[in-house]
Design a protein around this ligand. Structure first.
Ligand code: ADP
Ligand code: MG
Ligand code: MG
Length: 910
């Protein structure tokens, strides 16, 4: 039997279904599913992603069996729709649409009205009794086919789409404003002009044979999987290049037959801030792409559709409810109203902002559509998106002032929440370049509308502002997904790309001028507007807002409580100071996973330098004794903040030349003399000592426990500070639980050496003070040897903490300080999928971690294991840590909520 490459849907039954996204793509699978649940879907068929894979593996040819399968499916479609492809009396028209496993909005191509030529257009006119409609469809077809299949594109970034320019000229000549006001004669001329333009610029004749047209379109759709913007998109969102796209060929329904027709896109609830209720955009007497591309600003479904077309409005709302109930998720739909009847053309789970995601999950849970575990699913709320609830908003007072000063420029549609101030940039590639040159400059990308070509520039911008388009336009959709502030359809803006200006009334702003935008309200301001913390931060950290006063906070809190109920991993924080620890606790941290002690030394450089230049133990100990009280006070503060929660304190880690180097001596003329005085040596001698501290590769030099081994008095002092602080705090009636952590050990002997010093010191302090505290001694696992010989180390170590920053550096042999120049190239060229310093390299570093866990626990089954590298706050890395059986992750305070959610997601989804 030959492979089945084509799946038909129509007459109330699909050969495929919603589960077959891998084979049929998201669009195809859901077209079949909607057909199966009885929704009105025009008949058609899906060519599987396997065809795409075959196409790319075989020099852009199709599998030989495909031809008959497509021909048969066209026959079925003809029968179902009661029309015939290419017929000169009763022609069937089809669309050919891309559709990958995961939606890639606007990244790939679609062609509408396939099957039209000089003969069929006459038949269509006669049959519909609407000559204008037939020629409007024809000119659209030639335009789209010319662009997508015959590849007639603008020649440079300032040139506008040549078809659009021709259309504009035609409208001007005819003295009309909108495309639906053009006469039949105008449209006929346009078809001829478009064809001539194609012939002139590409040398190609426009194909008249409908079968040839359909195969051309299928080829272009599969070809669009490989276009630059689709490739960039996949890289950004981690979609594998091997998946391929499906192609859907589907009978056309028409939104451009008259004023009882429309095309539209909708959401079963708002996806910018999450408010319940069907909403969306529609355009009367228009065809699909018009509303998606933002060529005209459409009308709002929730505002006017019930007045324009009551029956269709009710039908849409019913469909919306049915879809949410069936998919248990907010849907993003595309539809066409043909002579008052709704036809469904697409449905998919809607992209939403983190803001909306939290509200929608909590609301769906309350409405009983989903349970707690479903509410936590990572596809509903990517943990990183919680960030958006912590981002600053505009300070209402500052906004009022800006308004009073007359700086409110315009109001558009609020499409992506958040406040953004930045410099105006008009072109995506300029934004990309400016961002690369200085990632700290905040940019606002200002466009008439955005298109998929602008993706990279949108990534580089803080906010996106467009003059055209509605809440479902490309700009809105993509910014929502990226979590950027976005305002669309801001029609007061007059943008002149050639002049590089933005004009509103009498005000003219240039590229580089400052602009501020409030994505919650749609307001655009000239100049800067100051921001203030988000409501969640106001409640939790600043305590300037009561929980009861903030619905946003309450939803956040509900979600966090559910997350805590389901997660297995504990979440700690990396904090060196009591105020950081307090913030982290407010965010839900359950302990400190990493307290770095070196900042304490940086605050007391003089004492540490005295220690470094000292040439005997007595002098070193004397210098260290001066540091002791500072360290003790710092630790006592932390212990009090943490109130009995575990606190992991890492002993000194950086090489000594970070505290004293040639550069320090050169930049401070008095330093050499001071050093000489402290050490009782000559200036030349101390300079020589400082020179000796220089290392060729400090990352692999005299640092970590290697310091404490050579200079045991440092370890003794630090241990004393820890235990004296612990005893002192315990005596004040506060519980303490210190975990002393030894950095960079690779040999069990290194660990044991340091452990002995620590335990001896503890015993001394306990004896001196007459008070004991419980504590543990453990180690950081940050060199490959430590992971591999975890069994030996675990014989003495009571806990492990993976220091994945160093473990990544040492495993990959790639320095975090030196990988910048090539990592971008590696990512662009798919040498590696993601930045290993942001996301754990699971195959390499991750495998070492797995080995470390297994071997460590083989000697000490209850060994407590955590992670304290940057990766501890990265959702995919948190999930990995769950899978390999860690006890906790530790991350910076502001990432604690993200880690809590990611940990819950790992527990419910594996
Ligand atoms: P994209 O993936 O970029 O959204 P689609 O394949 O969904 O592209 O097509 C875009 C729009 O074209 C649809 O939203 C719809 O309005 C219109 N369209 C596609 N196929 C048909 C069809 N068979 N009949 C009517 N309109 C269609
Ligand atoms: Mg679509
Ligand atoms: Mg380290």
């Amino acid at each position: 039997m030959s492979t089945k490459y084509v799946y038909f849907f129509g007459d109330g039954k699909g050969e495929g279904n919603g589960k077959m996204k891998a084979e049929l793509g998201g669009k195809g699978a859901n077209l079949a599913e909607m057909t199966n649940i009885g929704l009105p879907v025009p008949a058609g068929f899906t060519l599987t992603t396997e065809v795409c894979t075959w196409y790319y593996a075989n020099n852009k040819q199709f599998p030989p069996e495909l031809k008959t399968q497509v021909e048969e499916a066209i026959k079925k479609t003809e029968r179902s729709m009661g029309a015939e492809f290419g017929s000169k009396t009763n022609p069937l028209l089809v669309s050919c649409r891309s559709g990958a496993r995961e939606s890639m909005p606007g990244m790939m191509d679609t062609v509408l009205n396939i099957g039209l030529n000089d003969d069929t257009v006459q038949a269509l006119a006669k049959q519909s009794g609407n000559e204008r409609f037939a020629w409007d469809s024809y000119r659209r077809f030639v335009q789209m086919y010319g662009d997508v299949v015959l590849d007639l594109k603008p020649r440079n970034k300032t040139e506008r789409d040549p078809f659009e320019v021709a259309l504009e000229h035609k409208k001007e000549k005819a003295g009309v404003e909108l495309d639906n006001q053009l006469s039949v004669k105008d449209l006929k001329e346009l078809v001829q002009e478009f064809k001539a333009l194609i012939k002139d610029r590409t040398g190609k004749d426009f194909p008249t044979d409908p079968m040839q047209q359909v195969w051309g379109a299928i080829g272009a759709v599969f070809g669009s999987w490989g276009n630059d913007r689709a490739v960039v998109y996949r890289r950004t969102y981690g979609i594998p290049h091997e998946w391929g796209t499906a192609a859907n060929v589907q009978a056309m329904v028409f939104g451009n037959l008259g004023d009882d027709c429309a095309t539209g896109v909708g959401l079963t609830r708002d996806c910018a801030i999450g408010t319940p209720g069907f909403c969306g955009d529609y355009l009367i007497n228009a065809q699909g792409e018009d509303v998606v591309a933002g060529i005209r600003t459409p009308k709002r479904i929730e505002e006017t559709l019930s007045k324009d077309m009551q029956v269709a409005y009710d039908q849409l709302n019913d469909i919306g409810k049915k879809l949410e109930k069936h998919f248990k998720e907010v849907q993003d739909i595309e539809f066409t109203i043909q002579r008052g009847k709704v036809w469904m053309l697409q449905t998919r789970n809607a992209k939403r902002t983190g803001f909306a995601a939290v509200r929608i999950a909590v609301d769906l849970l309350k409405e009983g559509l989903i349970d707690e575990k479903e509410a936590l699913q990572k596809r509903r709320i990517p943990a990183d998106d919680l960030n958006q609830l912590l981002q600053p908003i505009f300070d209402p007072a500052a906004k009022k002032v800006a308004d009073k000063e007359g700086r409110l420029l315009a109001k558009g549609i609020n499409a992506g929440p958040g406040a953004a101030s930045g410099k105006i940039v008009f072109f995506a590639d300029d934004a990309e370049k400016m961002h690369a040159a200085d990632p700290k400059t905040d940019l606002i990308l200002v466009r008439r509308e955005t298109s998929p070509e602008d993706l990279r520039g949108m990534k580089a911008a803080k906010g996106i502002l467009t003059a055209f388009g509605g809440a479902s336009s490309h700009a809105a959709l993509v910014s929502r997904q990226m979590g950027k502030a976005c305002i669309v359809g801001c029609s007061a803006l007059n943008i002149d790309y050639d002049a590089g200006t933005l004009t509103v009334g009498s005000k003219v702003l240039k590229a580089g001028d400052f602009l501020s935008m409030d994505g919650f309200t749609g307001e655009v301001f000239q100049g800067k507007v100051t921001t203030k913390p988000s409501e969640v931060i106001q409640v939790l950290i600043n305590k300037t807002l009561k929980p009861a006063e903030s619905e946003t906070f309450q939803r956040f809190d509900t979600l966090m409580k559910i997350a805590d109920k389901h997660r297995k991993l504990r979440v700690r924080t990396n904090a060196d100071l009591p105020n950081q620890a307090d913030e982290a606790i407010a965010f839900g941290a359950e302990g400190i996973g990493l307290c770095r002690t070196e900042h304490m030394f940086f605050d007391h450089l003089e004492e540490i330098r005295r220690m470094i230049v000292a040439d005997n133990v007595e002098r070193r100990e004397a210098a260290l004794a001066q540091l002791l009280p500072f360290q003790r006070a710092d630790f006592a503060g932390l212990f009090k903040s943490m109130n009995g929660k575990p606190v992991t304190i890492r002993l000194i880690d950086p090489p000594l030349h970070e505290f004293l180097s040639d550069a320090h001596v050169e930049s401070d003329p008095k330093l050499a003399d001071k050093l000489a005085k402290w050490s009782g040596k000559s200036v030349d001698e101390v300079k020589k000592r400082v020179e000796e501290l220089h290392e060729f590769n400090p990352m692999l030099g005299h640092r970590g426990c290697r310091l404490g081994i050579v200079y045991p008095e440092i370890t003794r002092m630090q241990a004393r500070a820890i235990f004296e602080a612990a005893v002192q705090v315990k005596k004040e009636g506060v519980n303490v639980f210190p975990e002393v952590m030894i950095p960079l050990a690779g040999f069990a002997t290194e660990f044991k050496n340091q452990e002995k010093l620590i335990r001896d010191t503890a015993e001394k302090v306990f004896a001196e003070t007459g008070t004991k505290v419980d504590y543990m001694v453990g180690t950081m696992i940050e060199v490959p040897r430590a992971a591999v010989r975890a069994d030996q180390i675990a014989e003495s170590a009571e806990f492990f903490s993976f220091g994945t920053n160093d473990l990544t550096q040492t495993t990959l042999g790639m320095s975090r300080d030196d990988y910048g120049p090539f990592i971008g190239f590696y990512r662009e060229n798919d040498i590696i999928g993601s930045d290993p310093f942001q996301m754990i390299d699971q195959d390499g570093v991750g495998d070492l971690m797995r080995i470390g866990v297994e071997r460590g626990r083989s000697k000490r089954p209850k060994l407590k294991i955590g992670i304290c590298g940057e990766h501890g706050g990265d959702p995919s890395s948190v999930m990995f840590c769950h899978r390999i059986g860690l006890d906790y992750v530790s991350c910076s305070p502001f990432r604690v909520p993200i880690a809590r959610l990611a940990a819950a997601q790992a527990a419910v989804e594996g």
